[in-house]
Design a protein around this ligand. Structure first.
Ligand SMILES: [Zn+2]
Length: 397
């Protein structure tokens, strides 16, 4: 089995390096925007977009018009054009159309560029063509054959991410257990064996601090030096919140995927579930405030990210993830199968009005999900690639 892994390290850079790396990233962004406006003009005039090959043949012409592009390694610019062509193709994909790519603003996009080849790694040093050698904080060994290297800025620091490929013998999962899992707001994850994982609520914890910092920012003179300092402080707090959330989710997904060979999850459509309830002026939505608070906590849990981690970690370990349709799992009794909204006297508690079964609502749901997964596997169809039906999935707890 071929697997792709990424290894990310922080570069040791000084002020001068920041200028050089920012210039590379800036040129890369400039090429993206320039090529995008070129493609958009073609589309607006009823023509087809240029292919990647034809687009790269424009690069020498652009280099004459914009000489600063000559200082940058040309493969990093070609990579950006490749990304753009891929994004445009994805926007016209009839099966799964993505959003059309946007222009990248300097302060609103991640400063980055990628080398498809030419970079070298020696111990804790990396050679970036046309820039030079950099030392990095080597927190772990790189495993596999390096395929490409992305340099990006996050907060104040620059990072390299080395993507490698390796082939491993088809793994066999050490465990034999079969578990259902329910993702919720009170518990980020509850398993059918009764194990629950509390949310880190990283955003909630930091939100007071964030609000105070934003209030302070609002009183400052826009674009003054103090304003810029405060803005970067806020930016760093956002990064910290994201890191805390990511760390928490990785701990959960690693532990669960090591302990269970088959995991049944609900095929939730997080995008639909967390859609704004605002509505339109003619048709305003109900309970907008309550729904927006719920949305915030749904997004704070990182359900989609957790699901993504389960999928690849189980794949690497030789386990399986099965998806079941989510309708009614929170109102179904795991003992007698009775379905009624009255079974939920509160968010946290499940009390079956028919048989009197009492349990934590999330664990009960996990048991129901496990049952649905077993039924699905017994029928002989693996739900792993089952499409989610938008509309039937909106489940408000
Ligand atoms: Zn019951």
């Amino acid at each position: 089995m071929e697997i792709v892994k990424a290894f990310k390290y922080r570069l040791k850079t000084g002020h001068q390096d920041d200028i050089i790396l920012s210039r590379f990233a800036g040129c890369s962004r400039f090429v993206w925007n320039h090529a995008l406006s070129f493609q958009k003009d073609l589309l607006d005039n009823g023509n087809r977009c240029l292919s990647y090959e034809s687009l790269t043949s424009q690069l020498p012409i652009w280099k004459k018009d914009f000489p600063f592009l000559k200082d940058v390694h040309s493969q990093t610019l070609q990579q950006r054009l490749k990304d753009l062509c891929r994004a445009i193709d994805a926007a016209f994909d009839p099966k799964d159309a993505r959003k059309f790519p946007k222009f990248r603003k300097k302060h609103k996009s991640v400063a980055s560029f990628r080398y498809p080849q030419g970079f070298r790694i020696n111990g804790n040093c990396v050679y970036l063509p046309k820039i030079g050698w950099y030392r990095f904080h080597k927190s772990r060994e790189i495993i596999g054959t390096p395929k490409n290297c992305t340099v990006s800025k996050r907060g104040k620091h620059w990072y390299i991410s080395v993507q490698t490929e390796m082939s491993i013998t088809n793994p066999i999962h050490p465990g034999v257990s079969f578990s259902g899992a329910d993702m919720g707001v009170i518990n980020t994850l509850a398993l059918s064996d009764g194990m629950t994982y509390k949310p880190a609520d990283s955003f909630k914890k930091a939100s007071f601090k964030l609000a105070a910092m934003q209030r302070k920012l609002s009183r400052m003179v826009k674009r003054s030096n103090n304003w810029k300092k405060q803005k970067s402080k806020i930016n760093r707090l956002h990064i910290r919140i994201k890191d805390m959330r990511q760390d928490h989710l990785h701990k959960i997904s690693s532990e669960v995927s090591k302990n269970h060979a088959v995991l049944v999850l609900e095929d939730l459509n997080v995008k639909n579930m967390s859609a704004s309830a605002k509505g339109t002026i003619a048709n305003p939505g109900k309970n907008v405030k309550r729904k927006s608070a719920l949305n915030r906590s749904i997004l704070d849990q990182g359900w989609f990210e957790l699901r993504r981690q389960f999928e690849y970690k189980m794949d690497w370990l030789g386990g399986t993830v099965v998806f079941v349709p989510p309708s009614g799992t929170s109102h179904t009794c795991s003992c007698c199968g009775h379905i009624s909204p009255e079974n939920r006297p509160s968010q946290a508690l499940f009390y079956c009005v028919k048989c009197g079964h009492t349990e934590s609502a999330d664990v009960n749901a996990a048991k129901v999900i496990l049952g649905a997964g077993q039924a699905l596997l017994a029928c002989g169809s693996n739900g792993a690639s089952m499409p989610s039906e938008a509309g039937t999935i909106q489940k408000l707890r």
